[in-house]
Design a protein around this ligand. Structure first.
Ligand SMILES: Cc1ncc(COP(=O)(O)O)c(C=O)c1O
Length: 387
């Protein structure tokens, strides 16, 4: 079966293993080789083999990963970058012009907020934070004729708010804007925004896609071929591409994404149940809980509810910092989506850059990236940390 046929006919797990790559015609290599080359021999001037001329423009290891991520997101074209933020910057400057405007989440990932607020604003792109769980708030934030992008994270980082992708696509398109969904927290296994009307999917592949905390990378996926051309032009012109080693690691991660995500979700559910019963915990935030305000939307647009769990502690900031210091299996660290469990204090760590802004997060908040270790061990570790 050709790659195209795999994409249209097979299930997610089969696409994760096969899409984007046919065994190498020269050697039969089953896994895409790491093409550590910057340039390619031409068969006469302009006689390119497979379109490869220089590895900023294209590299076969990157091409394989780009094909695979596009297939898993049900898109037409994928693009791999040096980091999630490099993907975001390339996308924003490919699609927007000075004088335009974007609506962004009022609890966006801190680095995305910083990019809009400190980099793109200086370049001439205005932005308005809005509560994305409320489509009317997004509609009100749109500036007719100026808003080019509505930027969505769902679930958000770190408050795990849920946005209705289908509803927001309608709001954005009504206003002539494009809907961008950062799908990092869900991964394409749990949620496929392009099938719900989004125009662009963004990933920090550093997270669940890489899955092993050993690579920093980013990706964009689109269906529309005009958008794809604009992104391809800017990817090559701006040059923040994923290298072949990083593309290899991200692609390898994709192959086990489904297995890992199911285990992340299983463990998260066990930890949520444990935290809910814990006297030191004042609130557990998880979209899988029926009382979560976004639960119904999440249940509609996600396969399961993910491996990220946030919670607030009764003892305030000091108690939260102390708990982060005391865990032994949960490693204190930024990032998320790896096989190992991580704990962090967003107010002082990942989201320190939004301190003092309207995106500030509660100081008693702890965020967990639940790994794939055994759940009993993880719960015992959290219990000890609160003890
Ligand atoms: C939701 C989300 N989007 C984007 C990024 C940025 O990705 P990177 O760190 O790979 O540049 C992050 C990083 O934590 C993230 O959590």
């Amino acid at each position: 079966m050709s790659t195209q046929e795999h994409r249209s006919k097979s299930g997610f797990e089969t696409r994760a293993i096969h899409a984007g790559y046919e065994p190498d015609p020269t050697t039969g290599a089953v896994i895409p080789p790491i093409y550590a080359t910057s340039t390619y021999k031409q068969d006469g001037v302009g006689g390119l083999r497979g379109g490869y001329e220089y590895s900023r423009s294209a590299n076969p290891t990157r091409t394989a990963f780009e094909g695979a991520i596009a297939a898993l997101e049900e898109g037409e074209r994928g693009f791999a970058f040096a980091s999630g933020l490099a993907a975001e910057d390339t996308l924003i400057r490919a699609l927007c012009r000075p004088g335009q405007h974007a609506v962004i989440p009022d609890d966006a990932y801190g680095g995305t907020y910083r990019l809009f607020d400190k980099v793109e604003r200086v370049w001439g792109l205005a932005h308005t934070p809005a509560a994305l769980s409320d489509p009317d708030a997004v509609r009100a934030a749109i500036r007719p004729g100026e808003t080019k992008l509505v930027w969505v994270e769902t679930p958000t980082n770190p408050l795990l708010n849920i946005a209705d992708i289908e509803a927001l696509a309608a709001v954005a398109h009504e206003a002539g804007a494009l809907l961008v969904v950062d799908n990092t927290f869900a991964s394409p296994y749990l949620q496929q925004p392009l099938t719900l009307g989004a125009d662009v999917v963004v990933h920090s592949t550093t997270k669940y896609i890489g899955g092993h905390s050993d690579v920093v990378g980013g990706a964009l996926v689109v269906r529309d071929l005009d958008l794809a051309e604009q992104i391809a032009f800017h990817q090559n012109s701006m040059g923040a591409v994923a290298g072949p080693f990083d593309s290899f690691l991200a692609h390898r991660g994709l192959k086990t994404l489904a297995l890992r995500m199911d285990r992340h979700c299983d463990n998260a559910e066990r930890i949520v149940a444990f935290l809910q019963a814990h006297p030191e915990v004042s609130q557990v935030i998880y979209p899988g809980l029926p009382e979560h305000p976004g639960h119904a939307v999440a249940a509609r647009q996600m396969r399961r509810f993910g491996g990220m769990v946030s919670f607030r502690v009764a003892g305030g900031e000091q108690a939260a910092l102390e708990a982060c210091r005391r865990t032994e299996v949960f490693t204190l660290g930024e990032s998320l989506g790896g096989v190992e469990s991580l704990i962090e204090h967003p107010g002082r760590m990942t989201h320190a850059s939004v301190s003092g802004t309207e995106l500030e997060v509660p100081e008693d908040l702890i965020r967990l990236s639940v790994g794939i270790e055994d759940a009993e061990h993880l719960n015992a570790d959290l219990d000890r940390a609160h003890g």
